[in-house]
Structures are given as C-alpha cells and as structure tokens.
Design a protein around this ligand. Structure first.
Ligand code: 5GP
Ligand code: ZN
Length: 112
C-alpha cells in the first residue's frame, strides 16, 4: 500500500467502485475517463509503480490471465487492445502498474 495512491485505495476498497473482476492478486475496473466503449484497467493489488518495478513473473502471468478473463466476461475476445504506459514520456499518469484493455471501436496503428 502506497499512501495517496488512488489505485491502492481502489484495490483496498477504501474507494468503492464496481469491479469487473477480482482475484487474490488483482482487481479490474472501468476507467473513469473511457477512451473507447470498453475501457478496463487491470491492476495488481500490491503497489508497483511501473512495469519496471515488478520482478515477479508469476504475478505478471496472473495479470495477463486477468486480462483474458475480463475480455471473456465482456465478450470482447475478438478484438481488443492492451496498453501499458511506462513512465511520463509514454503517458503514464498513475504510478501504480495497470494494464489498459480497450475495445468496442476500431484502433489505428501506429498509436498516438
Ligand atoms: P495512465 O495514463 O497512467 O496509463 O492511465 C491512467 C488511467 O487511469 C487513465 O486512463 C485515467 O482515466 C484512469 N484513472 C485515473 N484516476 C482514476 C480513478 O480514480 N478511477 C478510475 N476508475 N480511473 C482512473
Ligand atoms: Zn498503488
């Protein structure tokens, strides 16, 4: 738990929001500022600032298993984008590791 981290507060249920998925290790919930019809964030319950800080391949695997289960649950398996922004230069704003899942509209490449 990192003080003043909004995602720690969500993971610890200090802030009540509807969860799309919860396991022992992670929670998934809707992004407050959705960039697509479906925009879900998958986060570890434990605080890691960025992808660089997590030295636990098993937990990384569980997070991606969480992604698989979210897209199954929402029936968007046939087309979705996953994004992890790492560092300010890449657009990271919340420094608690999270995987974005976006779906429900066409996506262009390269990304902006
Ligand atoms: P980043 O830019 O760090 O990759 O993405 C952070 C994401 O978290 C943004 O898409 C933003 O809309 C979302 N976000 C920030 N604060 C909150 C919050 O309090 N609740 C929810 N549900 N999403 C948030
Ligand atoms: Zn945190």
């Amino acid at each position: 738990m990192s003080e003043n981290c909004i995602f720690c507060k969500i993971a610890n249920k200090e802030i009540k929001i509807d969860l799309v998925l919860e396991t022992e290790d992670l929670v998934a919930f809707k992004d407050i500022n959705a960039q697509a019809p479906f925009h879900i964030l998958v986060i570890p319950k434990k605080h890691y600032e960025t992808l660089n800080d997590i030295k636990n391949p098993e937990l990384l695997g569980k997070l991606f298993e969480g992604v698989q289960n979210v897209v199954k649950k929402l029936n968007i398996e046939d087309g979705y984008r996953t994004v992890i922004n790492t560092g300010k230069k890449a657009g990271q704003e919340v420094f608690h590791l999270h995987i974005h899942i976006l779906a429900g509209r066409p996506f262009t490449w390269p990304p902006g």
